[in-house]
Design a protein around this ligand. Structure first.
Ligand code: GNR
Ligand code: NI
Length: 172
């Protein structure tokens, strides 16, 4: 198992649309293991494969608190099949936009269809933080970031800040 580097804004790979996984191969299972290791190390409650530079529809999630038993969920080819008309607001963050947090409004409940690491068809219905996290990760698979849900003023400000930081890094 390997902790893989997480790509950061403004890496253009974050805007790629991830490809459907045709078959759960040993390589996909190895990717999932590395994603859990990377996510727990960060630490984060979710990770999409594109955040480690792999444009495939693979997501790992664990919303359990640090002191609680782990509840790892691996989702291959996840898709939202139902979202509630009721909305809820959560303060979101993203490992690809470190140390930036902003409130985002999304459907309060979602039903998600996916394939698990054994290749079985699954569905989960979620609310609360898990519902938010599922939507945040599935957005990544479409090249979408949580800052796309906030005001243009706030988004432009954070994009500019990360672009400047990347430029400084490049010039060192
Ligand atoms: O670790 C994470 N925390 C988080 C908090 C609120 C809403 C979504 C998230 S996901 C984020 C990890 C991440 O960037 N996943 O893509
Ligand atoms: Ni994210």
């Amino acid at each position: 198992m390997t902790i893989r580097p997480i790509i950061i804004l403004p890496d253009p790979k974050l805007r790629l649309v991830s490809e459907t996984v045709p078959k759960v191969t040993p390589e996909i299972r190895a990717l999932i293991d590395d994603m859990f290791a990377t996510m727990y190390d960060a630490p984060g409650i979710g990770l999409a494969a594109i955040q480690v530079g792999v444009p495939q529809r693979v997501v790992t999630i664990d919303v359990a608190k640090a002191e609680e038993p782990k509840t790892p969920i691996a989702l291959i080819n996840p898709e939202i099949v139902w979202s509630s008309p009721e909305l809820s607001v959560y303060e979101e963050g993203c490992l690809s936009i470190p140390e930036y947090y902003e409130e985002v409004e999304r459907p309060a409940k979602v039903r998600v269809r996916f394939t698990d690491r054994e290749g079985a068809a699954c569905e989960i219905e979620a609310d609360g933080l898990l519902a938010t996290c599922l939507q945040h990760e599935i957005d990544h698979l479409h090249g979408k970031l949580f800052i796309d849900h906030i005001s243009k003023l706030k988004r432009d400000r954070v994009v500019k800040k990360f672009a400047k930081a990347a430029k400084r890094e490049h010039e060192l």
